[in-house]
Every structure is written in C-alpha cells, then in structure tokens.
Design a protein around this ligand. Structure first.
Ligand code: FES
Length: 84
C-alpha cells in the first residue's frame, strides 16, 4: 500500500504513475499511459482523483483508479497496487 499527497504530484506536474515511480513503484503501462489498457489499475483505499482525460479501459470508479491519467483531488490518496 502506498500513500500519495496532492502536493507531491502538483510539485512536479505529472500524473500519478510518475509520482509512484519516484517512490520506486513502477506500474505496467501497456498502452503507454493513455487510459486504454487498464494495466496500471490500482485499488483506491482512501481519497479521490481527477482524470485528465476520459478513460477507455474498464474499471470500477468507486474502488479503483487508473493512475496513468489521474491526479489526486484529495489531499491524501492511499492506493493498493494490483500489479507491480
Ligand atoms: S497504462 Fe494503460 S490504462 Fe493506464
């Protein structure tokens, strides 16, 4: 499980996958981070995200996120990795 703050992502404009990589968590990105494949999907334990584009991949928005196209909306986001 990993915790990410909004500040960590906003400090360097980047999506969550880049912030997670800075923390040593490198997620699979089969579609290159386009929100298409779902390979980066994580379980959302706490917090909310904002999507920079519409997701094409199928996922449950209430319990999962696609970090390749997301930035935190809440101050703190707690995620559980499903791959990596
Ligand atoms: S990398 Fe493909 S949906 Fe995130």
């Amino acid at each position: 499980m990993v915790s990410v703050t909004r500040e960590e992502v906003i400090r360097k404009p980047q999506v969550l996958t880049a912030t997670l990589a800075d923390k040593g968590i490198v997620l699979e990105k089969s579609c290159g981070g386009q929100g298409i494949c779902g390979s980066c999907k994580c379980k959302k334990v706490e917090g909310e995200v904002h999507y920079l584009r519409d997701a094409i991949a199928s996922f449950n928005e209430s319990t999962e996120i696609l970090p390749c196209i997301a930035v935190p909306k809440s101050e703190v986001l707690v995620l559980e990795m499903l791959s990596a």
